[in-house]
Design a protein around this ligand. Structure first.
Ligand code: NAD
Length: 267
């Protein structure tokens, strides 16, 4: 049975991942990690029904990588950096779900991808993976006369903005237009902004309540508007997608993969 380790096992996604691993007969939960010095280190990892899994959350990422065929990471950018180094040292396959990673982490991801299989996705849902492909088609078909705006809403605990998914959608739209997102991104509007830049890709961020994740990509033309939207109502979809990715990734050679690769979709 494939052994799956969960980094950040006590987090919102960590708990959903435990449930997603335990619901599959061909998977074994290898263990889970918490940040070093966490008061939750040494506590029992509960199963979805509140019963014990017989495993304890450890603040030892080395031990997690040693025990796992694949590690799934939904933690924080600092922790992800460390996990990339451990994946590189041990050759362990790593599924990367953490968002808000700075540009400096890109070099670590590239280096690690030469040594072990990595799959990175800003969003592990099937719906958003398909949305990426639709945004690419729409941006190409509608052309630059349509203004692109991306709206996202998440729960009030979320720490990064715009969301990783919103940025990934922006990247897809920019690439389809043959430009770099960093050259056209307009993520902060406040005060006297002047008229909209013609080639901008705009972002708007909403935060509140327990919203698992909502994204709309709006193509606004003269006299018409196309909106492509996705709403996640349960974070279990991200967890199940990440577990699907882990099973697929175990059989891949070293490299950097996307959810589209895993699902065989063209984005
Ligand atoms: P959370 O705050 O509930 O959980 C994060 C957990 O990581 C916390 O328990 C924290 O203690 C733990 N952690 C921090 N440093 C650690 C370390 N060094 N070792 C082990 N654990 C460590 O947050 P969340 O809602 O579960 O989200 C986590 C990340 O996943 C965020 O970046 C979020 O944006 C992202 N996310 C991605 C997707 C996706 O589909 N890619 C979906 C949902 C959330």
């Amino acid at each position: 049975m494939m052994a799956i380790g969960i980094a950040g096992v006590t987090g919102r996604m960590g708990k959903a991942l435990v449930a997603a691993v335990l619901e599959q007969d061909d998977l074994r939960l290898a263990g889970g990690s918490v940040r070093e010095g966490s008061p939750l280190a040494g506590t029992s990892i509960p199963g979805p029904d509140g019963t014990s899994t017989g495993l304890y959350a450890l603040d030892d990422a080395n031990a997690l990588f040693a025990a796992s065929d694949v590690v799934i990471d939904f933690t924080s950018p600092e922790a992800t950096k460390n996990h990339l180094h451990l994946a590189m040292e041990t050759g362990t396959a790593l599924v990367l779900g953490t968002t808000g990673l700075g540009d400096d982490v890109d070099a670590d991801i590239l280096a690690a991808s030469h040594k072990c299989p990595l799959l990175r996705a800003a969003n592990f849902s099937l719906g958003v993976t398909v949305l990426m492909a639709l945004v690419k088609r729409a941006a190409q078909a509608l052309g630059p006369s349509f203004d692109i705006e991306i709206l996202e809403m998440h729960h009030h605990h979320k720490v990064d903005a715009p969301s990783g998914t919103a940025l990934a959608l922006g990247e897809v739209a920019a690439k389809a237009r043959g430009v770099r997102l960093s050259d056209v991104s307009d993520a902060v509007r406040d005060g006297h902004t002047g008229p909209r830049r013609a080639d901008a890709i705009g972002f708007a961020t909403l935060r509140g309540g327990d919203v698992a994740g909502e994204h709309s990509v709006i193509f606004a033309g003269m006299g018409e508007r196309l909106e492509l939207s996705h709403r996640a109502s349960d974070r279990a979809i991200f967890a199940r997608g990440a577990v699907t990715a882990a099973k697929w990734l175990k059989n891949q050679t070293a490299g950097l993969y996307t959810m589209s690769d895993c699902l065989g979709l063209d984005t």
